[in-house]
Design a protein around this ligand. Structure first.
Ligand code: FUC
Length: 775
């Protein structure tokens, strides 16, 4: 039986409000720097057009384009040093232990600094050089320039007028046809003249075949130089005028309309890339433009339209996005719809930067404009790739968690080798970084590379997909991964004689360093808090899964037994904070960007104001000392923590910090995160986790579901209280939630499910048990 719920306002009104406003980014000038360009992507191909008037430069990407190759960098002798390392740690000689880790317990070779490790790289640049009749470039004065990205359609465009002719461009990375599409028109016949070329600063061979422009290349694999191959094909369709192949470029003369198709692929996983580019291009050429465009929009909106959000309007809302960002930072009250736009932009970026069956978003999603992408554009396992996936469940894009699950499944085999080599342990481990080549070894330096938390933290993401979807077949498919990870931790835990607790050793609290009592510093320790929390959470999840799947009773009992000696979710230090390490060491950098010891607060739910109020208080103190600044991902993480601590205003303050306008692109490990004019997150440099973390953070302010009930508006900031509505958020247990509020109080809501059943929900401070309606 289903029962519909409570409505002071009909839901129809909710729908209209949220859909009235188009979600878009727009500008009145071409992009001057890449950080102003508009990101387009279909989960495989990416484009960032700059909308230039004389020269359009479009950075092209393919999410599979990586240098490097698989390698075995395990030191198979490493486990022999393990007893000594552990002994030194137990004696409090962590610095000496660290020396030994650096000597024997890191990966072989150069690790992430080596060519074999590889990098996610730019595919190339498509350049279109325009001429406008006899007018000299210096004399061109464009009128009415407009450039925009529609999040409702996943289409960018620009338009301007020169000498009475209006030129328009429309760009999309087709979700239907899997090619890049650029349509350029002049509103007077024959006024379109341009040269189309393609380039890449290395490993590229450009030529024309008839009127097809091609670029081919092979990247370095770090061994014999014959790494991944790629190919890009460019063809045009014209109305009026003609196209000629000239000097490895295409010259378009006196056309009225020009459609450029870019087809690209790599031989990642043995794809027949040349055939693929040819087929996709041919299919695109045969498809009428409107059909291609409609299919694109239909496929995209299937995901995007699942959520609509309205947090109010404000007087800045009609301004260009860069101006809005500048004003928002000064006076957020003038632009209430910017947070909603940023939230939808985050969802847009998820949909654009990954797709089922392919790769998860890397450090830059799929947008990279360099060969030497910062931090190799890879996958960091000590927060970054996990954060990239935090918004997807709650914001109703659940299937976009699956590419990560696939990547993690691929780490099990190599991770088993690493577990044996270093710990002589069962199960599998991945340390702190990985790539598309399945790297699981420790990194090349003890100070950050020996973190044990990577694989366990990934398991949290995998579990979350089950927690939200309740898809038992999916649970079956990931159970061996979770079990293998639990096996690893179970077999490496050692007893700390002081506390009697079972802890990891050696490990690192991600990237942080502490003072030893003798004044020396070290990063290597046993039982850093994050490991303890991860082990506690993972064992609990594996126990639950084994019951649900009715398997492994014996292993389940062993885990249950082991759990008794796993340290608690947190230990409070002398000064009232959560201890980051098993000893009350002082960190060398009080405001270090990583806050790994609050993993138990988010993404795990071991620390909550309801179940562990004292630890929650200690978490607040921890955050006060860490401060609010840092690279953008750090600020986003702090936003999430404060949302979990039910402090909406503090969470909102951090949201404002995320939106601090910047154009900095230097590599930052300290304060100074913010946002670029194109709303991509600035670590700096561009790092997409800030976008995704903040998107998850906005959701976490509006809904939470980790404490055994669905909590509506658990951390709503004052500035969103007056009025708001959101439709389509997801809660754990396979529930979909719509709600509207006024003056901070829920005025109507609906909880539905494909499997309607009773559920606890907290509305306006009161928990009740209700029947969900059918979705
Ligand atoms: C980790 C972080 C850095 C940066 C890098 C990509 O090393 O500590 O701040 O986000 O990943």
């Amino acid at each position: 039986m289903t029962r519909k719920l409570f409505f002071l306002l009909p839901l129809v009104a909710l729908k209209l409000n949220a859909q009235q406003r188009p979600s878009k980014l727009w500008y009145d000038k071409p992009a001057q720097v890449w950080e102003e360009t508009l990101p387009l992507g279909n989960g495989r191909l990416g484009m960032t057009p700059d909308g230039g008037i004389l020269k359009e430069k479009i950075v092209l990407n393919d999410i599979t384009l990586w240098s490097g190759s698989p390698q075995d960098a395990n030191n198979y002798e490493a486990y022999k040093s393990l007893p000594k390392i552990r002994e030194l740690i137990l004696q409090g000689k962590n610095d000496e232990a660290q020396d030994l880790v650096n000597k024997d317990f890191v990966c072989k070779g150069q690790g992430s600094a080596g060519a074999q490790w590889g990098k996610y790289q730019i595919l190339g640049n498509l350049e279109i050089d325009f001429t406008y009749g006899d007018i000299k470039p210096a004399e061109i004065i464009p009128e009415a320039y407009h450039r925009e990205l529609s999040l409702d359609k996943a289409i960018a465009n620009c338009s301007y007028k020169i000498n009475g002719v209006t030129y328009r461009r429309e760009y999309f990375t087709s979700f239907g046809g899997d090619v890049d599409v650029i349509k350029i028109t002049a509103d007077k016949p024959g006024k379109l003249n341009c040269k189309i070329s393609i380039n890449r600063s290395e490993r590229s061979d450009v030529r024309t075949e008839g009127t097809e422009l091609q670029m081919y290349g092979q990247l370095d694999n770090g061994t014999d130089g014959k790494g991944m191959q790629y190919q890009t094909r460019v063809r045009t369709v014209l109305k009026g005028g003609k196209v000629l192949a000239e000097n490895d470029a295409l010259a378009v003369k006196d056309a009225t309309e020009l459609i450029i198709y870019v087809s690209a692929a790599t031989d990642f996983k043995g794809f027949k890339f040349k055939e693929k580019t040819a087929q996709l291009l041919l299919a695109a050429l045969k498809t009428p433009y409107e059909l291609q465009r409609n299919k694109h929009i239909a496929n995209y909106t299937k995901l995007f339209k699942r959520v609509s959000i309205d947090l109010g309007e404000g007087k800045s809302a009609s301004l260009p996005t860069n101006k809005r960002l500048e004003l928002f930072y000064k006076n957020f009250a003038d632009d209430k719809s910017l947070p909603a736009l940023f939230f939808q932009f985050g969802r847009y970026l998820s949909i654009s930067s990954t797709r089922v069956g392919l790769l998860p978003p890397n450090l830059q999603g799929l947008w990279a404009n360099q060969i030497n992408t910062p931090w190799n554009g890879d996958y960091h396992l000590d927060v970054n790739v996990q954060m990239n996936h935090w918004p997807v469940e709650v914001s109703n894009l659940s299937e976009l968690n699956l590419p990560l699950a696939d990547l993690v499944k691929g780490l099990v085999k190599p991770g088993e080798r690493t577990a044996k080599a270093y710990y002589n342990a069962e199960g599998w481990i991945a340390h702190v970084i990985t790539n598309v080549w399945g790297f699981t070894e420790p990194g090349e330096s003890a100070s950050w590379g020996a973190t044990n938390a990577g694989s366990g933290w990934l398991c949290n993401n995998l579990w979350d997909h089950y927690a939200f979807s309740q898809d038992i077949n999916y649970l079956k498919s990931i159970y061996p991964v979770l079990k293998g990870s639990a096996k690893f931790y179970k077999s490496v835990l050692i007893k700390d004689p002081k506390t009697g607790w079972s802890v990891t050793s050696p490990s690192v609290s991600p990237e942080n360093t502490f003072y030893l009592p003798n004044g020396k510093t070290a990063s290597i320790s046993m039982g850093p808090t994050i490991d303890n929390q991860i082990v506690r959470e993972l064992f609990t999840n594996v126990i639950t899964a084994s019951k649900l799947l009715n398997v492994d009773a014996e292993f389940r009992n062993e885990l249950q037994e082991k759990l008794k000696s796993v340290p608690p979710a947190g230990v409070i230090s002398k000064d009232g904070r959560i201890q980051e390490w098993i000893e009350d060491y002082k960190e060398t950098e009080l405001q270090h960007r990583h806050i790994s010891h609050l993993y138990g607060l988010y993404p795990a739910s071991l620390i909550t104001p309801i179940t562990t109020p004292e630890l929650a208080e200690a978490a607040k103190k921890t955050l006060e000392v860490r401060g609010d600044d840092g690279p953008s991902w750090t600020i986003a993480y702090k936003l999430l923590f404060w949302a979990r601590l039910h402090d909406g205003n503090r969470a909102f303050k951090l949201f404002k910090e995320i939106l601090k306008p910047t154009l900095r692109t230097d590599m930052n490990y300290g304060a100074g995160g913010g946002v670029y004019p194109n709303m991509l997150s600035a670590g700096p440099p561009f790092q997409i986790d800030g976008n995704f973390g903040a998107t998850a953070g906005i959701a976490e302010m509006l809904i939470q579901s980790h404490d055994g009930f669905i909590d509506l508006l658990p951390a709503i900031p004052d500035s969103w209280k007056a009025y708001g509505s959101i439709k389509g958020l997801r809660a754990r247990g396979n529930f979909t939630v719509d709600m509207t509020w006024k003056d901070g109080r829920i005025t109507s809501y609906r909880i539905s499910s494909t499997n309607p059943r009773r559920v606890k929900v907290k509305v306006n401070g009161k928990v009740s048990d209700i029947m969900a309606s059918r979705l």
